[in-house]
Structure formats: C-alpha cells, structure tokens
Design a protein around this ligand. Structure first.
Ligand code: HEM
Length: 477
C-alpha cells in the first residue's frame, strides 16, 4: 500500500519492463530517445531506470517550474558512481549538496574568477593562450596537415584553467605529446560518460559490476597526487615569499589565503583539490566540444563561414591585427554563431541531474521526494514550437533577438539555470568567442581530401561529434 501511495499522481510515461524499467529505451543517445518519448508522453514524463524513478522535463515552462519557481526543492544532485570514485566528492562544486559550504565555494569561485572585473584582469592570459594555439596552427598550415579541432581547443582551455589556478601550463605548447595531465582528464571524462548499471541498482553499487569505479579512481588519485605536489610546493614558496620572494596571486593563492585565514575556513589543503579538479573537468571538454561543433557547422555551411570572415575583416582588419577580447561586442555575427552552436549542440544535453528534496507539484503531477530530474535542453532547443526551422544552423536567428543563455530564457538553457547555473558561463563565453574568432581570422579552413563530413553525435559526459573533426588550416595572405 505504501508503494502504491508513493506512485500516485506521477507524470505519465512509458510502461517499463520488470527489473530494468525503461533502461532499454535509453539507447546510445539518451537525449534523443527521451526527446522522442516526450512527443508521446508530454513535457514532463516519468520513467524508471532500474530502481530509480526519473522525471524528464522537455518544455520551457516546465523547466522554469524546476529551475525557478520550485528551485528550493531542486538544489541537490544524485552522485553517479564514476563521480563518487574521487576522494572527498562532497568538496566538489558540481556534485556537493547545496549547503552553506557549497555556497561558500561557489561564492569564492565567482568573486575570484568569474566576475567581469576579475575576468578583465586576466584578459592577457586568454590572449596568450589563444596566440599559442594560433602559432601551433601556423606550423600545421605550413605542413598542410590537418588538425583535430576539438583536441587543440580542449588543450587550450586546459592550459587557460591551469594558468588561472596554478599560473602554469599543463599541456605542452605543441599540444601533441600525450601530456599525462591531458590524458588523465580525458580518461575521467570518458569513464564518467559510460552508462553504469550500478547507478540504477543501488544494491549492486559495492560490486562495481562494470569496473567503472575502480578504473576511474586511478585517474582521480593520480590527479590528486599532481595537485598535492603543486600545492605543497606553493605552500613552501609562500613561506619563502614572506621573506621577500614573489607571490603569484592566482586562484591557488586565493584558496590558500582562505585556508590560513582562520580555523573556521571552508577550505583545507585536502578540500581545495576536488574544487580545482571540478574547474578543469567542467571547463575543458565543454568548451572544446563547442569549438569543434562550431567549426563543423561552418565547414558544413561555407556561406556562413564566409559571412563570419567578412565580419572579422571589417572589424579587425587583415591578419597583421590580432583579435582581442575587447573586439567581442563588435562581432555580433560571431557571437550568434556561438549561440546557435550551443542551441543545436548543447555540450551538457540533459544538464547535470537534480534530485527532488521533497514532494513537488508540477503541471498538476507530483514529483516525489528522491526522484531524479533531467532537463532535456537539447530537445527544447530543437522543438519547432519554440524555434523556426529548428534543425537548420541559422546564426541570424540570434542577431536581432534578446534570447540569451544566462538562464532567464527557458527555451534556451545550454548553461542550465537557477541557483546551480554554470558559474563558468562568463569565462566560457569570452574564451569561446575569442578562440573561434581567432581561428577564422587567421586561417581559411578546409576538410582533408576524401573525408566524409558527417554531423553525427556521440553521447557521453559531453555531447561530442561521433568522429572527431579534422580540418586543414590555410594561412591567409
Ligand atoms: C561551453 C562551455 C560550458 C557549458 C555549455 C557549460 C554547461 C554547464 C551546465 C549545463 C552545467 C549544469 C547546470 C545545471 O545543472 O543547471 C554546468 C555546471 C558547472 N559548470 Fe559549466 N559549462 C561550460 C563551461 C564551464 C567552465 C569554463 C567552467 C569553469 C572553468 C565551468 C564550471 C562549471 C561548474 C563548477 C559547474 C557546477 C555548478 C554547480 O553545480 O553548482 N563550466 N556547466
């Protein structure tokens, strides 16, 4: 009777099979399968994955109910086993419960890295990292060899984050050597993207049937070891700096200042490592895949590429001038290309999952406490009810429109919304526009001969191209 009461008034959804529930309906592209199911069951539907009840939201008004109207009930996230494998997971930003310690960590990241003022101060860093990328591409252009666009953009972003945090590069300037750091972050992304049966059958957790947890743990521990070494070295340097040496004033120094401030500090040497790791993981692949999709769309739509290059030539001039961040406001077409890319290819198509903290009424249905909630922003961004010709890549749609990705327009949520909206949004926006504008201003691009250009997706922790995009840069004269 208790069980039946709990099931009362749930949103509609497809009947599941015994034991596995609806897991078999997810397929290799869950965001797309769930989008198809929503056509039958509506903007909020209920499914069962193993023993976990999941509500899937697929319309702007329903997303608004979750992220705005009832946001106090949807603050926490369920933690997948591949994420729980890391040490001190409750000290992360992305997965920790939204308590006062999480608020403090978020506040310190926002005020010390992501405010307009702090970002302005570190503009030179982004220019330097993008110029390193451009120099690397000039060499490739001379050799007439193709470049893995997603990978070099990913490595550039890793180096930007590592310079923000540690004031040093983690990937060599040629982006080629299998830099250990890059491989470790990459491997974590891969493992975290696997569908893990243990997440849906909590009784199986301790058996780690697919071995995901044990595999990913090795990478986490190694990264913690690297961070540990760097942090200890910095602690020593800070001691000597007090006797006259220099200090770096980067994010690590901010965190260590906080550790030393008082005993009630939210940070310790142990608890800053998961936070730093979160910034690397959340920032690099998302930005890398956005650049990859943008370039893939432009190679697919040469007239749009041409229009973008014309805007750059008009605003920036010829290749002897470099694109700067201060040019961004005068590049509306490039900005629209980035927005259109994030509409069609949101790197986190189902956002990070939420968990209902109590029973909540949405659209007349009850979302019971403990239900996982997925918001299908991929589906919302492709719905003809909210977008004209939604499957066409048309940056123009954003040109004279106020729709933005800051979490207030619920038909367009590539960075999520509400209190857990992506804190890295301002940095990502600046860096992605700058990187894309520089790639287009310095080079013409073509696909390697004989390559079949497809636009298929591969679902993982970020939504990537099924086959990585390789393109040949040609230096403009
Ligand atoms: C194109 C680039 C990016 C996209 C599309 C993106 C998207 C997202 C999304 C969808 C979420 C979950 C929001 C929600 O659940 O409502 C998120 C969370 C997060 N992102 Fe980003 N992100 C990007 C870049 C970055 C960067 C550059 C950083 C930092 C360096 C970053 C750090 C984070 C963190 C720490 C969280 C967890 C926030 C929390 O749960 O409190 N992201 N991001």
């Amino acid at each position: 009777r208790f069980f039946q009461k709990r099931k009362k008034n749930k949103p509609p959804g497809p009947t599941g099979l015994p034991i596995i529930g609806n897991l078999h309906q997810l397929g290799p592209k869950p965001h797309s399968s769930l989008s198809s199911l929503a056509k039958t069951y509506g903007p909020i539907m209920s499914l069962r994955f193993g023993s976990v009840t999941v509500a899937v939201v697929s319309s702007p008004t329903t997303a608004q109910q979750i992220l705005q109207k009832n946001d106090q009930s949807f603050t926490d996230r369920p933690i997948p086993e591949s994420v729980a494998a890391q040490p001190n997971v409750n000290d992360t930003l992305a997965w920790a419960p939204a308590d006062s310690r999480w608020r403090n960590r978020r506040r310190i990241c926002t005020t010390q890295i992501f405010t307009a003022q702090r970002l302005d101060l570190l503009q030179h860093l982004r220019h330097r990292k993008v110029q390193q990328l451009i120099q690397h591409l000039h060499k490739k252009a001379e050799e007439r060899t193709s470049v893995n666009i997603g990978e070099v953009a990913f490595a550039t972003m890793l180096n930007l984050v590592s310079n923000t945090v540690f004031s040093e590069d983690m990937v060599d300037s040629e982006f080629e050597s299998a830099g250990e750091f890059k491989e470790l972050v990459w491997r974590i992304m891969e493992d975290a993207g696997k569908v893990n049966v243990c997440d849906y059958f909590p009784v199986l957790k301790r058996f780690d049937l697919q071995g995901v947890k044990i595999h990913v743990k090795v990478s986490y521990l190694r990264l913690h070891e690297i961070f540990d070494r760097m942090i200890r070295k910095r602690v020593e340097d800070r001691k000597s700096s007090r006797s006259g040496g220099s200090i770096k004033n980067d994010f690590l120094d901010v965190l260590l200042d906080d550790c030393e401030k008082d005993e009630a500090s939210v940070f310790s040497v142990q608890s800053i490592k998961p936070l730093i790791l979160d910034l690397f993981i959340a920032g690099s692949d998302t930005s890398g895949s956005t650049i990859e999709w943008a370039m893939a769309e432009l190679l697919h739509n040469p007239e749009i590429m041409e229009k973008a290059r014309n805007e750059l030539i008009q605003v920036i001039g010829d290749k002897s001038n470099q694109v700067k961040e201060s040019d961004i406001p005068t590049l509306p077409y490039i900005q629209s290309i980035v927005k259109e890319t994030l509409r069609l290819h949101p790197p986190v198509p189902l956002l990070l999952p939420y968990i209902a903290g109590n029973d909540v009424e949405i659209n007349g249905y009850t979302i019971h406490k403990g239900t996982q909630v997925l918001i299908n922003v991929w589906s919302i961004g492709r719905n003809p009810e909210f977008w004209d010709d939604p499957l066409l890549f048309q940056p123009e749609r954003f040109l004279n429109s106020n729709v933005d990705f800051k979490g207030r327009d619920f038909e367009y949520l590539p960075f999520g919304g509400g209190r857990r909206i992506c804190p890295g949004l301002p940095l990502a926006n600046r860096m992605i526009v700058l990187m894309l504008a520089s790639l287009l201003h310095s080079f013409e691009w073509e696909l390697p001969k004989g390559v079949n250009h497809e636009m298929l997706e591969q679902y993982g922790i970020t939504l990537k191209k099924l086959t990585p995009l390789f393109a040949v840069p040609i230096s403009v004269v």
